[in-house]
Design a protein around this ligand. Structure first.
Ligand code: PEP
Ligand code: MN
Length: 337
């Protein structure tokens, strides 16, 4: 259920509604918009059905939410969410670009990449320190040493950091060094991990699972919001289909669909979506044209020797071209980059 309050609701009436919800053993989650305050009710709703909450002064209407998710829905929060990270706004008019290597490999390659992507206009440095690899024999990441390098490179270039958290045991370390915590596609339905990052105050970049429907994707985000962390950035990164010409199938229709269903910002990762560097630029432009709030792009100074995802990594000079071309598309759809 969601409870829409009248525009002129008093503080006393508002508090009374919260008290009634809590007395029924339910949890109120408040969304204060510019025009209306809406309360999402979390918990078993049966208790509410026999309660005529509409009669409480200050309540305009009580509406059932037919979708399985509540807090991520546009019904709960009609205005689009804009997330601020060190002065960078995700979900506003300006697009946000997160760029960097798949994995943090060493200081030299990281600093070189960070400087290049910053120069080309990226605001956020990406790089994996804990890597979810298909093979246990593949490079698993530099772990905490990688986190430290990311922080240093970001400081040197004036960028913010997004990096993946694979396991709750590394939560404190990742929280300490990262500005945004990434939950990767393979962990989209690791519900205990989602609950844990829901308790963090850091923004979360939640990637769509390899075989997740949009409904499952939004329910995964709901796990995070339900714990109190409303700063979730969704990321479309391609799904498994019968097509094998690309690594995954980048589902760009997810952007307008999610924009209709949810207030959360959504960025697109064409690098993992297509798996080939020469296809990244066209899909980045298409993503921006379709309404994405930003991009996540893998860049490597020497993709030939990359320890992970070399084939899809752009050389810095090609990343600069991507930025220049995407800027024109951004302008055409009323965004800036
Ligand atoms: C990544 O961003 O490096 C990554 C592993 O992505 P995904 O979880 O989408 O595969
Ligand atoms: Mn990668």
């Amino acid at each position: 259920m969601i409870i829409v309050l009248k525009p002129n609701v008093t503080k006393q009436q508002f508090d009374h509604v919260l008290d009634r919800i809590k007395a029924l053993g339910l949890k109120p989650m408040v969304s204060k918009g510019t025009e209306r305050t809406i309360i999402g009710v979390i918990g078993p709703e049966d208790a509410l059905r026999s309660q005529p909450l509409e009669v409480i002064p200050g309540v305009e209407k009580v509406m059932p939410v037919l979708k399985p998710y509540k807090l991520v829905s546009r019904e709960f929060k009609p205005e689009s969410t804009v997330i601020s990270i060190n002065g960078i706004k995700v979900g506003g008019k300006e697009l946000v670009v997160m760029a960097g290597p798949c994995s943090v490999e060493n200081r030299k390659m990281l600093f070189e990449t960070a400087k290049a992507v910053k120069r080309a206009g990226a605001q956020i440095l990406r790089g994996g320190a804990f890597k979810p690899r298909t093979s246990p024999y593949a490079f698993q990441g530099l772990r905490e040493d990688g986190l430290k390098l990311l922080r240093e490179a970001a400081k040197a270039t004036g960028m913010s950091v997004v990096t993946e958290l694979l396991d709750v045991r590394d939560m404190k370390a990742v929280e300490r060094y990262a500005d945004i915590i990434q939950i990767g596609a393979r962990n989209m339905q690791n519900f205990e991990l989602l609950k844990e990052v829901g308790l963090s105050r850091k923004p979360i970049l939640l990637k769509r699972g390899l075989s997740a429907t949009i409904n499952e994707f939004l329910l995964a985000a709901e796990y995070i919001l339900s714990q109190g962390n409303f700063n979730v950035i969704l990321c479309e990164r391609g799904i498994r289909t019968f097509e094998t010409a690309t690594r995954f199938t980048l589902d760009l229709s997810a952007i307008p669909v999610i924009k209709k269903l949810s207030h959360l910002p959504i960025v697109v990762d064409p690098s993992h979506g297509v798996g080939a560097w020469d296809l990244v630029g066209p899909m980045a432009k298409a993503a921006v044209a379709a309404g994405a709030d930003g991009l996540l792009i893998e860049v490597h100074p020497n993709p030939e020797v990359a320890l992970s995802d070399g084939p899809q990594s752009l050389l810095p000079k090609n990343f600069a071209i991507l930025m220049k071309e995407t800027r024109k598309v951004a302008q055409a759809v009323g965004r800036t980059l």
